[in-house]
Design a protein around this ligand. Structure first.
Ligand code: SF4
Length: 476
C-alpha cells in the first residue's frame, strides 16, 4: 500500500475510515461534509455522503479529499434533507475504485437503507463466500457490502431487526452509521474497538461521529460515547438504545490515543492530547537520556515530546519542520521520487540541531525506513548524538481491526531486537514506552490493572476478536 503523502510504501499504520451521521438538522449533508473534513486524517482516498430528502436517497461520492469531493455548491444542493451519513475512506483492499466508496445504499422490499462503517470484519471473506454461494452479487470489495447483503437476506421483518441479525453474524471491529427514511442508527461492535460518539447540533438535531473533533467543527455539543455493543436509534421522537449483544469487557484501540485520533479529540473520556503528553512523561521516566534538546517528529510526536521535555527538564525545540502542503500523488511515483519522500514531508531545522545531542520522539516504528531517513537528516544537520524514544511499544503484529499495517515480515520490530533496530535506523540509543507505562499514562494501574484492557494486539499479539478469515486462510 502506498502512502499518498510520501509516495512510499506505508511506513506508518493508517486509519481506514471516519464516519458521521446527522439527523433532524437542516442542511444535514453540509454538516456531514464539515464533519468529514474534521475527520480527514482518518482517510484521504475518497469521501461520500448519502442523504434522504423525504422521498428518496441522494448520494455523491468521489475520490480525493473531502474539500475536493464536496467543493461544488451544485453538488451540495443535490444532497437535500435533514438526515445524512458520510464516510472518509482510506483504501486498503480493492484500491480506490469508486464503487468501493461508502456509504452504500440499497432499496429493499422493507424500505431503503444507507450504511457506512469504520473498521474491519474478521469474517468478511468467509461470509462473502457463503453469500456468493447463495446467489448474492457483490459490486464492491468492501466489508460494508457484506452488511448490506446480510440485511437483504435476513428473514426478520423490520430494518432494525435485520440490522441486529446482520450484526450478530459478523465478527470484527466496527462502528456503523446507517440511515433510513425514518431514523439514523449508530452501532458499535461488542468490544468497542473503534470509536463512535454522539452529539447534539445547535438547532436540536443529532450527530454521530468517529471523533469529537467532528462535533467541534459544526459547534455541536458532545453528549456521550455510543457504548461498546450499543445500537442507538435516533428519530424525530429522540433517541433510544438497544443492546443486541451479550455484555463483554470493552477493548478500545489504544493506537487511537498514540497516533490515529486528532489530538483535540476526546475519546472514551480521555483527551487525546493529554494522553500523548502523559505518555511522553512516562517515557522520560523510563528511558531518560542526557541530551541538549528534545525534538518531536511532527505532527503526532509533538505532544509526547512536550511531555518528555517537561519531565526531563531538557528544552523542547521544533528541530524538524513538516511541510503541510505536500501534494498527494501529483508526481509519478518513480523510485527516484519515492526516495525523496521524507524530504518532501520533513525538513531539518539546522540551527536547532547543529552540535546538539538530540532526542527524537516519534509515535511508532513500522518498517523503519522513514525513521532511518529522519535520523540521517538530523545527523546531516550536525547533531552529535541522536537518541530515539517511541511513544508506543514495538509494533510486532499486524492489525486486523481496521488499521492498515504491513504484514508481520515487514514490521521491523517483528524481526529485529531493539539493539538491531537501533542499528538499522542509525541511532545511538532507542527505547519504547513499556506496556505498564502506556497504561499508566492512560490512568490505569498497568496493563493487568483492575480498570480493564485496551486492544493492544499490534504490540502484544493478543487479538481480542477471533480472526476467522486468517485462521481459515481466506485473507492474505
Ligand atoms: S491491533 Fe493495534 S491498531 Fe488494531 S485495533 Fe488493536 S490496538 Fe488498534
Amino acid at each position: 500500500m502506498m502512502n499518498p503523502a510520501t509516495l512510499e510504501p506505508s511506513n506508518r499504520p493508517y486509519e481506514e475510515c471516519g464516519v458521521v451521521g446527522i439527523w433532524g438538522a437542516p442542511d444535514a449533508a453540509a454538516l456531514a461534509a464539515l464533519g468529514l473534513h474534521a475527520l480527514q486524517h482518518r482517510g484521504q482516498e475518497a469521501a461520500g455522503i448519502v442523504s434522504h430528502d423525504g422521498e428518496k436517497f441522494c448520494q455523491h461520492k468521489g475520490l480525493g479529499l473531502v474539500g475536493d469531493v464536496f467543493s461544488d455548491a451544485r453538488v451540495m444542493n443535490t444532497l437535500a434533507g435533514s438526515g445524512a451519513i458520510g464516510h472518509n475512506r482510506y483504501a486498503t483492499t480493492g484500491g480506490t475504485l469508486l464503487r468501493n466508496v461508502q456509504p452504500l445504499y440499497a432499496d429493499f422490499e422493507f424500505g431503503g437503507l444507507a450504511v457506512a462503517h469504520n473498521g474491519n470484519l474478521t469474517n468478511a471473506a468467509t461470509l462473502r463466500q457463503a453469500l456468493v454461494k447463495r446467489g448474492c452479487l457483490f459490486q464492491s470489495t468492501t466489508d460494508t457490502e457484506v452488511f448490506v447483503h446480510l440485511i437483504a437476506i435476513s428473514l426478520y421483518a423490520t430494518v432494525l431487526e435485520r440490522l441486529v441479525d446482520a450484526a450478530k453474524q459478523v465478527k470484527g471491529a466496527y462502528s456503523v452509521v446507517a440511515l433510513t427514511p425514518d431514523f439514523l442508527i449508530g452501532l458499535r461492535d461488542p468490544l468497542g474497538v473503534r470509536p463512535l460518539i454522539l452529539g447534539r447540533v445547535a438547532d436540536g438535531g443529532w450527530m454521530l461521529a468517529s471523533e469529537t473533533c467532528a462535533l467541534d467543527i459544526v459547534g455541536a455539543e458532545f453528549v456521550r460515547n455510543v457504548e461498546p455493543g450499543e445500537m442507538v436509534i435516533i428519530d424525530n421522537d429522540g433517541i433510544r438504545s438497544m443492546r443486541p449483544f451479550a455484555q463483554t469487557s470493552p477493548r478500545f484501540c489504544v493506537f487511537e490515543y498514540i497516533y490515529f485520533a486528532r489530538p483535540d479529540s476526546i475519546l472514551e473520556d480521555h483527551s487525546v492530547y493529554e494522553a500523548r503528553k502523559q505518555i511522553g512523561v512516562e517515557l522520560a521516566r523510563e528511558s531518560g537520556v542526557e541530551a541538549d534538546v528534545i525534538v518531536p517528529v511532527p505532527d503526532s510526536g509533538v505532544p509526547s515530546a512536550m511531555g518528555f521535555a517537561a519531565e526531563s527538564g531538557i528544552p523542547f525545540e521544533m528541530g524538524i519542520i513538516r511541510n503541510h502542503y505536500v501534494g498527494r500523488t501529483f508526481i509519478e511515483p518513480t523510485d527516484q521520487i519515492r526516495n525523496l519522500g521524507v524530504r518532501m514531508k520533513h525538513s531539518a531545522n539546522t540551527p536547532v540541531l547543529q552540535g546538539k545531542r538530540v532526542v527524537l520522539v516519534d509515535d511508532s516504528i513500522v518498517r523503519g525506513t522513514t525513521s532511518r531517513k529522519i535520523v540521517d537528516m538530523v545527523r546531516a544537520a550536525g547533531a552529535t548524538e541522536v537518541h530515539m524514544r517511541i511513544s508506543s511499544p514495538p509494533t510486532k503484529h499486524p492489525c486486523f481491526y481496521g488499521i492498515d499495517t504491513p504484514e508481520e515480515s515487514q514490521l521491523l520490530a517483528a524481526t529485529h531486537s531493539i539493539e538491531k533496530m537501533a542499528e538499522a535506523i542509525g541511532v545511538d540509543s532507542l527505547a519504547f514506552i513499556s506496556f505498564d507505562g502506556l497504561y499508566r499514562a492512560l490512568g490505569h494501574d498497568g496493563r493487568t490493572g483492575a480498570q480493564g484492557r485496551y486492544c493492544d494486539a499490534c504490540f502484544t499479539g493478543d487479538y481480542p476478536i477471533e480472526l476467522v478469515d486468517k485462521d481459515g486462510r481466506l485473507v492474505a
